[in-house]
Design a protein around this ligand. Sequence first.
Ligand code: CO8
Length: 261
Amino acid sequence: SQTYQHILTSRPDPSVTLITLNRPKALNALSSPLFAELNTALLAADEDPEVGAIVLTGSEKAFAAGADIKEMKDKEYADVYKGNFLADWTRITTLRKPVIAAVSGYALGGGCELALMCDIILASPTAKFGQPEINLGVIPGGGGSQRLTHAIGKSRAMELVLTGRNFSAQEAERWGVVSRVVGEGEGVVVKEAVEMARLIAGKGRVAVMAGKEAVNAAYELQLAEGLHFERRLFHGLFATKDQKEGMAAFAEKRKPAFTHS
Ligand code: CO8
């Protein structure tokens, strides 16, 4: 398997890829070299037929403390515009398989935005989210003004983006940013995220992909179009072996053996 400098990859279960951001000295600050590796690892996991779900995590101290400020500080407008800076930092949103973020410690700026790009966020009680870009004379550049506003509403998003204050795991749970806060303890959030990934990977993968597509459509489409899209995906699943197996297994009072086809 490939070796990386800024991330670690492992297979805690044959059906799950775990990607760990690994720049401990910089609190996992997100740099261009890190994203190049992250994108390679994400794409490899998305294409691996053995893998059904992906977990993205950082360290106990930091999921990621934002984009690498030292890499950014001397950039000029013409550089970032011509080079389309950040354009390839959203590759994770194009994956077909579910990605679960397991967040401990700081998830600030681009770190918060990267978590928001994932399909599900689980948080440790130590998680600290925030969009502190305003303190650096800029604004969020990776969806913080958009995905966060969708998640928590205008007034809260406005407060966070304009004051730059952090918000706690408990606030994130109350506001629906995270699906839940797990129990205390080192490694607990990663363990729970891997367990959830394993559970999802055991479902029919065609249905899982369709479910992800359908929920994501709720962010892009008007209600009538979204409902229509969902209905068509639902109809389409009757062409799969997994639908026949899933419903036959229920009728026969046994566990389904999905073949992802
Ligand atoms: N960039 C570069 N280096 C960083 C970053 C960062 N974002 N965060 C921390 N580091 C480095 C520190 O410089 C320090 O390095 P050194 O030891 O060489 O001085 C090391 O990590 C440890 O950090 P601290 O000593 O500061 O640790 P503390 O525990 O005292 O503080 C904090 C932790 C509060 C998290 C603090 O490090 C901090 O405020 N970091 C910056 C947070 C921030 O402003 N983030 C937003 C960055 S801008 C951004 O993210 C734009 C997003 C663009 C879109 C991205 C799309 C995915």
